[in-house]
Every structure is written in structure tokens, then in C-alpha cells.
Design a protein around this ligand. Structure first.
Ligand code: ITT
Ligand code: CA
Length: 499
């Protein structure tokens, strides 16, 4: 036997054994990787659904939400999959024909039945929340508002969903749930990052909600939440009658009263700087005073001739008159003697804040540029405006100058935003595909989908865990091979030394 053969026999790490071991380990790794890949493949998810009807003053929208059944308490899991705009006006306009309110929902509810899988119908909650239009109707005629609510309740109960109630929500709820919606969708609630204030402008009311830096001096404006283990102390206020339709009526009524005092022509001519030059529209006095937002006044004529002359700065002057800033019983007020701390942080401004500013292309300019652009827009002749936007509803089109100026005045003179923090306001409609508004927050709250405490989380997500285990096993295996090679070499050297 020569020297080489002798070493082979004595060496315990015989080559075939090593090859066998390597093949075996590689096979093991391949099996492990394949199993973890298959295991990690997303399973077909089971979804749950919820329906919320936003019965606003101007119209009703039906929102359908969807979320993975097994993750309902995680933040940002619920998303809007469908929205349907009910034809016609808001439910409060059915005061003289309550049955019509329920019937108006039919088309959108049939659509909801088609969008949600039939096996989930019976466990899908349906909520209807009515806002400022119904608050005003209740003030004016409580019986009529009850009949309208009974009619929508009766209608919603005829569908195969789980009916959970139809009610008028308070202005505080409207503001607070709008705030929850935008912060839930932005996934701000379980992170230490700042939250987003919420600004909502409807047809009949407007809401401002944010976390202030100073004490909230009036109990009516404060709301506390504990969400995902964090405490939130919110300031919120809803101004009834300061939505953009009611504000237009307020402003027009003031112009009408002074025009009436100055001249006794019939119809009374009301010259309005907030409408384009060349705009001329006949309105009834009744259409301006048909709201509990104003005291009735004695006007001799029933008809007015509403004539525009498009002067932005005079328009702003006239709008300022609807905000009463003469008295404040607190350290600070917005207007109408309402306490408001200084605005703080970033804000999301949605609903009509977005519709109007988006149409006017004013969503990303500085305050100074915004004013300049608006001034130019308001002075554009009505004829030219109609030519430039043939597809836009004339009612909306005629009101954008007023609405844009109202928004600027509300934000600057009302809420005290300045040119320094103007860019902190983002005009937005949707966040990650879901509409910004109170409806999502309302549903999350009523279905207890936002826990007070943060859910317990594992050290790593499942995918991360599998990847970590594979790499760690490979690492140990490489170490093991290196150790073997080292052991083999030192055994050889030792054997050579002996020989
Ligand atoms: O919150 P409340 O006050 O009850 O009212 P709402 O819910 O009906 O109010 P919306 O936010 O739906 O709409 C606000 C206003 O914006 C108007 N509006 C809706 N779409 C618009 C658009 O594209 N351009 C201009 N105005 C629009 C609408 O007629 C209302 O006067
Ligand atoms: Ca609304």
C-alpha cells in the first residue's frame, strides 16, 4: 500500500460521504425553499362588506366598503370599492313627499346588491347618516324630518342587508369621523407621525377638525378618542348654514335687503360682484329665504333680477359680511363667537373645497397667486365662461366665482389661515382610492373596527420570518462546510506529520 491510499483509508471524511452529504443538504434546501414559496403564496382572501349612505343636503351617495375578513382590526385595511350617486336632490328636499325619499334610493341599493357577493348580503351592515340638510329640516318641521327618516328606513329594510339604522348625525360626529377617515386612510393612526386636520365643505354646513397645540376652551368643541393605543384630543366645529349653498343664500339675502332699501323697482335688481359680468338670472325671493338659516324679511316684490358684474375684491367684501367677528368670549375665535385655537399642522380639505378649487385649478398655488387667478376668473364675461366650459352644469358654472371667493374668505378670515400656512392645506377628493368624508370613519366606529389598543404584533411578518430562516440555515450550512474543510486539512497535515 502506497502513502496516498493509506491516508484515504485513515481519513474519516471519505469523498463519497462528502458528496452524499452535500447532495442531501442541497436537496433539503431546495425542498425547504419550495415549501416556503408555496406556503407564502397569497391565499384567496375572504372579504367582508359594509354600506354607508351619506344623505347630504344636496344629494345622497351610497358607499360600499370592503376589507379582508381576517384583518379587520389593522389600520388602512378597509377600502371603498364602489360609490353610487342617488339621482335627484338630497332626502331633505322630499319634505312634502316623504315616500319619494325612500324610493330615490332604489337604483343605488339594487346596484349594491349586485356588487356584494350574495352569500355576504345578510351580514353586510347598512347605515344611513343624514347631515345638515336634515338638521335644517328638523329645525323647520320636525314631523316632516321624521317622516323622511321613516321613509328611508322602510326602503332600506327591503334589501337583504343587515339594516343598522338611519339617523341625523351631529355636526361634531361629522367633523370627527371625517378626521378619522383621512387619518385612517393615510395610516397615521398607529404611527408617531403627525395627523392631518380635516376641512369639509358641504352644501349646508362646513366642518373644521384638528389636533390643536393649545387648550380647548369650550367643551362643545372637544372630542377625545383612544385609537390603536394613542390618545387623541381633537378640536372640532361644524358651522350650520355655512355650507356653500346656504352661504350663497346668506350673502344674496344681504345684497337683496340693501338693494330693496335703495330702490323699489319690480323686479328688484340685485347687482352682484360674485357673478360674472353679463350674467343675468331671475330668481324668486322665496328661493333665497326658504331656509331656517335666515329670518324672513318683508320684501315688496316676489322676484329679483340677479345681475353679475364680476369684481373679486368687492365680492370678498360682501362675503365678509356673513362672518360675524365682532365678539369673542374666549382667547381666540373663528367667527360667530365660536372658540377656535390657531390652526396647526397639515390639513386635508375635501368635498366642495376640492370640487371648487380643482375646477378653478387653484389646488397648488400660493395664497397670493390664488387671489390673482380668482380675480381674473371672476371678471371673465359670463358668455365667455359658457363658451369655455360647454359641458359643465350651468348652475355650478355660474357659482364658481362666488364659491372660490367664499372658500378663500372662510379659510383666511374665518379659520385664520395665512399666506405662511396656506400650503399646509391639500385640496383632495380621494385618499388611496377611497373618498375623504365622514362615512368611512362612521362605519369603522360603529363596527368597532378601530381598536382602542394597538393589536399585538409578531416579531416579524410571516414572509420575513421564512426568508430569515432560509438565510440563517444556509449560513449555518456554509459554516459547517468550512469547518469540515478545515478539519479535513488539519487531519491531513497531522497525518503527513506522523508519516
Ligand atoms: O354636507 P352637507 O352640507 O349636508 O351637504 P352635501 O354632503 O350634500 O354636500 P357635498 O359635499 O356633496 O357638496 C357640496 C356642495 O358642492 C356642490 N357640488 C358637488 N359637485 C360639484 C362640482 O363638481 N362642482 C361644483 N360644486 C359641486 C354640491 O351641489 C353642494 O352644493
Ligand atoms: Ca357632506
Amino acid at each position: 500500500m502506497d502513502e496516498q491510499e493509506e491516508v484515504k483509508v485513515k481519513n474519516p471524511w471519505h469523498r463519497p460521504v462528502l458528496i452524499f452529504l452535500t447532495v442531501f443538504i442541497i436537496l433539503g434546501i431546495v425542498i425547504m425553499v419550495s415549501i416556503s414559496v408555496v406556503q407564502n403564496k397569497p391565499l384567496p382572501k375572504k372579504y367582508k362588506y359594509g354600506i354607508v349612505l351619506d344623505a347630504g343636503s344636496s344629494h345622497t351617495s351610497v358607499f360600499i366598503y370592503e376589507w379582508p375578513a381576517e384583518k379587520e382590526n389593522n389600520t388602512g385595511m378597509v377600502r371603498q370599492i364602489h360609490t353610487c350617486n342617488v339621482k335627484g336632490k338630497g332626502i331633505s328636499s322630499y319634505n312634502a313627499n316623504p315616500d319619494g325619499a325612500g324610493k330615490s334610493l332604489q337604483e343605488c341599493m339594487v346596484e349594491a346588491k349586485q356588487k356584494i357577493p350574495a352569500y355576504r348580503h345578510s351580514e353586510t351592515p347598512v347605515y344611513l347618516g343624514a347631515t345638515a340638510g336634515m338638521r335644517l329640516l328638523k329645525m323647520e318641521d320636525e314631523t316632516a324630518s321624521e317622516k323622511v327618516l321613516a321613509s328611508v328606513e322602510h326602503s332600506l329594510k327591503t334589501y337583504p342587508f343587515s339594516y343598522q339604522g338611519a339617523r341625523i348625525i351631529s355636526g361634531q360626529e361629522e367633523g370627527a369621523f371625517g378626521w378619522i377617515t383621512v387619518n385612517y386612510l393615510n395610516q397615521n393612526l398607529n404611527k408617531p407621525t403627525g395627523t392631518l386636520g380635516a376641512l369639509d365643505l358641504g352644501g349646508a354646513s362646513t366642518q373644521i377638525t384638528f389636533i390643536p397645540q393649545q387648550e380647548i376652551e369650550s367643551g362643545d368643541n372637544s372630542i377625545d378618542f383612544r385609537l390603536y393605543g394613542n390618545d387623541y384630543h381633537l378640536y372640532t366645529h361644524s358651522f350650520l348654514c355655512y355650507g356653500k349653498d346656504q352661504a350663497l343664500k346668506l350673502s344674496l339675502s344681504k345684497k337683496l335687503v340693501s338693494a330693496h332699501a335703495a330702490s323699489k323697482t319690480d323686479p328688484i335688481e340685485v347687482r352682484d360682484p360674485c357673478f360674472h359680468p353679463g350674467y343675468n338670472f331671475t330668481r324668486t325671493v322665496q328661493s333665497i329665504f326658504d331656509t331656517p338659516c335666515m329670518k324672513a324679511v318683508n320684501i315688496s316684490s316676489g322676484i329679483i333680477s340677479h345681475v353679475g358684474f364680476g369684481d373679486w375684491s368687492q365680492c370678498q367684501q360682501s362675503i365678509r359680511k356673513v362672518f360675524n367677528t365682532s365678539r369673542c368670549a374666549y382667547s381666540k375665535c373663528s367667527f360667530n363667537e365660536v372658540f377656535q385655537p390657531s390652526v396647526y399642522g397639515k390639513f386635508g380639505a375635501f368635498s366642495a373645497f376640492f370640487f371648487v378649487m380643482d375646477f378653478l385649478n387653484l389646488t397648488s398655488d400660493s395664497l397670493a397667486i390664488t387671489k390673482q387667478k380668482l380675480e381674473k376668473y371672476c371678471s371673465t364675461p359670463w358668455k365667455k365662461i359658457v363658451e369655455n366650459y360647454p359641458l359643465v352644469k350651468e348652475k355650478y358654472l355660474s357659482e364658481y366665482c362666488f364659491s372660490g371667493t367664499y372658500i378663500l374668505t372662510l379659510l383666511e378670515d374665518g379659520y385664520n389661515f395665512t399666506s405662511e400656512n396656506w400650503q399646509d392645506i391639500s385640496f383632495l377628493k380621494k385618499i388611496k382610492g377611497s373618498d375623504a368624508g365622514w362615512t368611512l370613519g362612521y362605519m369603522l366606529n360603529l363596527t368597532n373596527m378601530i381598536p382602542a389598543e394597538a393589536p399585538d404584533t409578531r416579531l416579524m411578518p410571516y414572509g420575513g420570518y421564512v426568508t430569515f430562516m432560509i438565510f440563517f440555515t444556509l449560513f449555518i450550512f456554509v459554516l459547517f462546510l468550512l469547518a469540515c474543510l478545515y478539519f479535513r486539512q488539519s487531519t491531513r497535515k497531522a497525518q503527513k506529520g506522523i508519516i
